[in-house]
Design a protein around this ligand. Structure first.
Ligand SMILES: Nc1nc2c(ncn2[C@@H]2O[C@H](COP(=O)(O)OP(=O)(O)OP(=O)(O)O)[C@@H](O)[C@H]2O)c(=O)[nH]1
Ligand SMILES: [Mg+2]
Length: 305
């Protein structure tokens, strides 16, 4: 209840889960970080970066929005890919609002909508944001895409945004704040921006650096296991094992006389220091686990199920 010039005005609280779904590389994690105002989800120009749902919590007026970043659409050939799909589906199913992100520079964007239309229909607000408008020279293309999108009856609203530059985000944020259901807030006002554990955030940062330093299939052949973590007011001490599938991959991660892993370690420390504003002690090891992407115990160890 809020008192305004003698009248008592009821300020209704709203709260809801907004799943950010879409093809891999559409910019979902970039958008989550922009909306939250902090890097809570890792980003890479390579595909299949996000593996599990990542929540970011933020208030807008009377609404508390819980954004859920999800793994991008992918085939379901390996056990790992099936886990990614099931992580995406769980977030989609449990959300109050669906936000589909489409990379507007991609020609085959209609496949993304087809993918969603094969999912179980949920009777909930459903918006599409055309992302990466900063890259599109011919802006008329946006109108053509929007015209086609309007033919899909389940799409309520269409937005044009650049998640990297923050263009067009304000109307999107306002819409989401309006359509989430009336509800008490789920998180207290002094909540963290994400509910991920520190251990998970740190291992994701190490994984992001690996995406930057290693090419081809290597980032898809690794996961990070936290072996030790100690936190004090000023310092985070963490020990990570980089799990690969083959000895040849281990050799690549280590690099000539350990040069690659040294560079990965330094770059990771610098990111962690920036995000957590603490001194960082990071130890990295590389271990081999044959065909881990097919084995449940390793998918559990990777924190994916
Ligand atoms: N130019 C431009 N690049 C963007 C924009 N949004 C994201 N990107 C870039 O697109 C790439 C993919 O971004 P991510 O946020 O990792 O994409 P994602 O949808 O989370 O990808 P997955 O986790 O693999 O499903 C990164 O290189 C981003 O910097 C944008 O609005 N404009
Ligand atoms: Mg992502």
């Amino acid at each position: 209840m809020k008192k305004t010039s003698g009248n008592i005005e009821t300020m209704t609280k709203k709260c809801g889960f907004v799943s950010i779904i879409g093809n891999t590389n559409a910019g979902k994690s970039t958008l989550l970080n922009y909306l939250i105002g902090e890097k809570v989800s890792i980003v890479s120009p390579k595909i299949q970066t996000t593996r599990q749902e990542i929540r970011g919590i933020v208030e807008y007026g009377q609404s508390q929005l819980i954004f859920v970043d999800t793994p991008g659409f992918c085939p379901s050939k390996t056990a790992l890919e099936r886990v990614l799909l099931s992580n995406f589906r769980r977030a989609y199913k449990n959300s109050d609002v669906t936000l589909v992100l489409i990379d507007c520079t991609k020609k085959n964007w209609e496949k993304d909508i087809d993918f969603v239309s094969h999912e179980k229909k949920l009777n909930r607000p459903f918006a599409v944001a055309l992302n990466k408008v900063d890259l599109l020279k011919d802006k008329k293309k946006l109108l053509t895409i929007a015209d086609k999108l309007r033919t899909y009856h389940f799409i309520d609203e269409i937005f044009f945004i650049s998640a990297i530059k923050g263009t067009g985000i304000e109307p999107l944020r306002q819409y989401l704040a309006d359509v989430v259901p009336e509800s008490p807030w789920l998180y207290f006002e002094d909540h963290d921006k994400t509910d991920q554990s520190l251990s998970s955030r740190l291992s994701e940062i190490t994984r992001e650096t690996i995406f930057e330093y290693l090419d081809q299939e290597l980032p898809y052949s690794i996961y990070i296991r936290t072996d030790k973590l100690t936190v004090t007011d000023k310092r985070i001490k963490v020990m990570h094992s980089i799990v690969v599938m083959r000895d040849t991959q281990k050799a690549i991660v280590l690099g000539h006389k350990g040069s690659t892993i040294r560079a990965i370690r330094l770059a990771t420390i610098s990111k962690m220091r920036k995000i957590f504003n603490k001194n960082i002690e990071l130890k990295l090891f590389v271990i081999v686990r044959d065909k881990w992407t097919e084995r449940k115990e390793h998918l559990i160890d990777a924190g994916l199920i």
